[in-house]
Design a protein around this ligand. Structure first.
Ligand SMILES: Nc1ncnc2c1ncn2[C@@H]1O[C@H](COP(=O)(O)OP(=O)(O)O)[C@@H](O)[C@H]1O
Ligand SMILES: [Mg+2]
Length: 261
C-alpha cells in the first residue's frame, strides 16, 4: 500500500520544497520506491533535482488538463528508487482553467491520476504551491496525510488557522481520511531566541503532532543549514550533496520517523 503525503503551507519560503525533495530522497535511500510530484508552477522541486525545462517535454500540467497520463511524464532521477513528476510554469494556467471550466470533480483530478500508478510506489510526496487554491486542494484531496512545515521565524503561526480550517473542510467534504501527519519546525537556529519561542509554541499546541527521532526520541527539528540552501543549485538532494551535514541528518531522522509509522 502506498502512502501519499502532501507538503503544504500557503506561506512561501517556509521549507516546503526543501522538505519534499529531501524527505523523498531520504526515503528513496532507505530503498523505498518514491514518487515526488511537483505541482508548484515555480517548479523548484524539479530544478532542485537537476532538471531543466529542456530536459522534459511534458509535465504535471499536461496530466492535470487530461492530455497525458501521470506515467507518461515521470522521470528517473540519480537515485534509482526516486522518480519525479516534474512541473513547469505553464501550470499557472491550471487554477484559471479549472475555475473557468467549473470542471466537475476538479478537486479530485490529481487523486484520480495518482490512482493509476499508486501501486508502483511505497511513498508519493506532493510538493504544493504557496497558496490555498485549487492546486493545493487537489494535493490535499489526493493525500492520506499532510506535513506542515513551520519556519521558526517571526509570524510563523500566522495563517496557520486558515490552513487548518482548509484541511478540516477537505476532510469533511472530499477526503475523510486526510490526517495531519505532523508539523515540522524548519530553519531552526539555536542562536535565535525567536526560533526557541516558535518551537515552544508548537510544543504547547501540537505536542503529539511533532515528529520524534527514532533513536534519541527527541523531536525532529530541521536546523537552518547552509548546505540545505546550496544543494538545489547543484541539482541534488542534500543526501547526495553532503550526507553528513546537520540538514541531511535531520531529514534522514524525519524519514526514519515516518518509516517507523
Ligand atoms: N533548513 C534550511 N536551512 C537553510 N536554508 C533553507 C532551509 N530550508 C529551506 N531553505 C532555503 O529557504 C528558501 C525557501 O525554502 P523552500 O523549501 O523553497 O520553501 P517553500 O517551498 O515553502 O517556498 C530556499 O532558498 C531554501 O533553499
Ligand atoms: Mg516551494
Amino acid at each position: 500500500m502506498s502512502e501519499i503525503i502532501a507538503i503544504a503551507n500557503q506561506k512561501g519560503g517556509v521549507g516546503k520544497t526543501t522538505t519534499a525533495v529531501n524527505l523523498a530522497a531520504s526515503l528513496a535511500v532507505a530503498e523505498k520506491r518514491v514518487l515526488l510530484i511537483d505541482i508548484d508552477p515555480q517548479s523548484n522541486a524539479t530544478t532542485g533535482l537537476g532538471f531543466h525545462r529542456s530536459d522534459y517535454e511534458y509535465n504535471i500540467y499536461h496530466v492535470l488538463i487530461g492530455r497525458k497520463k501521470l506515467s507518461q511524464v515521470i522521470l528517473e532521477t540519480s537515485l534509482p528508487t526516486l522518480h519525479i513528476a516534474p512541473s513547469n510554469i505553464g501550470l499557472v494556467g491550471v487554477e484559471k482553467e479549472f475555475y473557468d471550466a467549473k470542471t466537475k470533480g476538479r478537486e479530485l483530478i490529481l487523486k484520480n491520476k495518482i490512482e493509476e500508478i499508486k501501486n508502483e510506489y511505497d511513498y508519493i510526496i506532493i510538493d504544493s504551491p504557496p497558496a490555498l487554491g485549487s492546486i493545493t486542494i487537489n494535493a490535499l484531496s489526493a493525500a492520506n496525510s499532510v506535513i506542515i512545515p513551520i519556519q521558526c521565524e517571526f509570524f510563523a503561526l500566522e495563517g496557520l488557522a486558515q490552513l487548518l480550517n482548509t484541511v478540516k473542510l477537505i476532510k469533511k467534504t472530499i477526503n475523510p481520511k486526510l490526517d495531519i501527519k505532523g508539523f515540522l519546525p524548519t530553519m531552526y537556529s539555536t542562536q535565535n531566541n525567536l526560533s526557541k519561542q516558535v518551537f515552544a509554541d508548537l510544543k504547547q499546541h501540537f505536542k503529539n503532532k511533532l515528529f520524534r527521532d527514532e533513536k534519541s526520541s527527541s523531536y525532529v527539528v530541521i536546523p537552518r543549514n547552509i548546505k540545505l540552501a546550496e544543494s538545489p543549485s547543484f541539482g541534488k538532494p542534500i543526501i547526495l550533496y553532503d550526507i553528513k551535514s546537520a540538514g541531511s541528518q535531520a531529514y534522514q531522522n524525519l524519514a526514519n520517523s515516518i518509516l517507523a509509522g
